[in-house]
Design a protein around this ligand. Structure first.
Ligand code: NOJ
Length: 543
């Protein structure tokens, strides 16, 4: 059994910034962000103070699921640039002390991948088909799907090969056929894909759908929910025991390159003790803590999820991560402005309840004070440092998420959280590029969130993030230890980590502050008459 190197490693305390390349910065001006755009913003990221960047997929892809449908795992899609651009971005990040994590999408390929094209052109029972999950349909002529599984994006999880009795499995879109991870050829291919990027110098991988790669052998019917964001799925396609063998194997591949490369699991499983099984000592190094992301604005539940997370991960000797948002769900600044705390709509449109923007932002600024006070590693989603909300009134005609189209709009999908970032308030496309082109529309009020305005404003969300990250770093909070402090009210959380005390008031009524010097506060009016106001937080230091 290959063990990981002595701990702690960089990922134990790293703050990792997710770049969604399509929407980060567009240097070419075609309306879709690219790697040269990332290069242009490396100084911004270094100045923000993050330790690593995770990039969502930029590989060759027909973009049926915004790049999570990979046609060639060893090349950059011309939309995003070239392999040389990737190398420049990587060295630019490394020169500035930031590591690079790339996304690996192993559960499925694109239907345009050469393997799948070969499979379609080959007969049933062929070696080419054995790389995927082809099965005969039910019914006299195979006209019914092989089982009742539903796609995460809606509709059946099977598509029939035209003119045949065989169907192929796709847990996501029709254009994302699932690989058969019991086939040694698939395993070998991905070992080499990992090596390809490790040789180029990447520091880690984010593993897409890490809980879905192994399906129960008989592919039994299952009537459970396929709702991805619900988590906790234990159906025959999720969280199967054998999936862990893949990560033990990959752990050994990473070890060929020393002991400072890592993997982070995207595994929507529940409870945290189940997720922690992906980060046992000979498997991956981190897993996204979606239980934290899913926790409503509620002191008891937050305290509970924090305790359970720390306990579950420490049992396997791995660091905990903290995640509030990513490219798959409504941004927390918008969620926290909804009337029901903890609501997680599948997208928001003009007919939905509109979040209270000011309240959502106020709470988001308070929540980051909690998140960055916790020991472990934190993930930030691009734009949250600007306090960015979702586009909550995006008309249907702009929507591109396959989930929207496969459900005829019943699921609004994820476009609202994927809108291009505003860099300059007064420029075309808010400075996302110089041409004004953009693959998704930006709402007018994004001008208020533009980075240039915030850089000049000492009270901006961006400046708050910068100061929190610097202080977290200087006080070693990522490697610290959490001690809960007794709080005077059930809607207030108070904790210490080293010499920093956090107080977070999740209620509306002001509360007296404990002794200490106020080092940082979530909003300018966080303290009034010596009391911490509602939906606000402070970091105190002991004088
Ligand atoms: C999870 C990714 O984060 C999501 O964006 C994608 O649609 C699915 N996996 C399928 O790859």
């Amino acid at each position: 059994m290959t063990q990981q190197s002595p701990r702690p490693q960089w990922w134990h305390h790293a703050v990792i910034y997710q770049i969604y390349p399509r929407s980060f910065m567009d240097a070419s001006g075609d309306g879709i962000g690219d790697l040269n755009g990332v290069i242009q913003r490396l100084d911004y990221l270094a100045n923000l103070g993050v330790d690593a960047l995770w990039l969502s997929p930029f590989y060759r892809s027909p973009q049926a699921d915004a790049g999570y449908d990979v046609a060639d795992y060893r090349d950059v899609d011309p939309l995003f640039g070239t392999l040389e651009d990737f190398d420049s971005m990587l060295s630019g990040a490394h020169e500035r002390g930031m590591r690079i994590i790339v996304d690996i999408v192993p559960n499925h390929t694109s239907s345009e991948h050469v393997w799948f094209q070969e499979a379609l052109a080959s007969p049933s029972g062929s070696r080419a088909r054995a790389r995927y999950i082809f099965r005969e349909g039910r019914g006299d002529n195979g006209e019914q799907p092989p089982n009742n599984w539903q796609s995460v994006f809606g509709g059946p999880a099977w598509t029939q090969v035209p003119g045949e009795r065989e169907w192929y499995l796709h847990l996501f879109d029709t254009r994302q056929p699932d690989l058969d991870w019991r086939n040694p050829e698939v395993l070998e291919e991905f070992d080499n894909v990992l090596r390809f990027w490790l040789e180029r110098g990447v520091d880690g991988f984010r593993v897409d759908v890490a809980h879905g790669m192994i399906k129960a052998p008989e592919l039994p019917d299952w009537d459970g929910s396929q709702e991805m964001i619900e988590g906790g799925n234990r159906g025959p396609m999720w969280d199967q025991e054998e999936v862990h063998e893949i990560y033990r194997r990959w752990n050994r591949v990473l070890a060929e390159f020393g002991h400072d490369r890592m993997m982070v699991a995207e595994a929507w499983v529940h409870p945290p003790s189940r997720t922690a099984r992906y980060v046992r000592p000979d498997e991956m190094q981190q897993a996204f803590n979606f239980d934290y992301l899913l926790t409503p604005w509620d002191a008891d539940r937050l305290r509970n999820v924090i305790d359970i997370s720390l306990e579950s991960y420490s049992e396997v000797g791995a660091p905990t991560t903290w995640v509030m948002s990513n490219h798959d769900g409504v941004r927390h600044a918008s969620r926290l402005g909804l009337s029901r705390p903890g609501a997680r709509p599948n997208g928001i449109d003009a007919d939905s309840e509109q979040p209270d923007e000011a309240l959502g932002l106020r709470r988001a600024r308070a929540l980051i004070m909690l998140t960055l006070a916790l020991p472990g590693s934190a993930y930030l989603y691009q734009g949250e440092e600007l306090g960015l909300p979702d586009h909550t009134t995006m008309p249907a005609r702009y929507r591109q998420d396959p989930a929207f189209h496969r459900t005829n709009g019943e699921q609004l999908g994820r476009d609202g959280c994927r809108v291009p970032l505003p860099w300059y308030a007064d420029a075309p496309a808010f400075g996302f590029n110089t041409t004004g082109e953009r693959w998704l529309p930006q709402p007018e009020h994004y001008a208020r969130y533009a980075a240039d305005r915030q850089l000049e404003d000492a009270t901006s969300t961006l400046e708050l993030y910068r100061q929190l990250l610097a202080m977290r770093h200087n006080h070693g909070l990522g490697n610290g230890e959490l001690v809960w402090q007794q709080s005077l009210r059930s809607d207030v959380l108070s904790l210490t980590n080293g010499d920093v005390t956090l107080v977070l008031n999740l209620g509306e009524a002001p509360i007296a502050l404990p002794a200490g010097e106020v080092a940082l506060q979530s909003v300018p009016d966080a303290i009034s008459n010596g009391q911490l106001t509602g939906n606000a937080a402070v970091w105190l230091t002991t004088p």
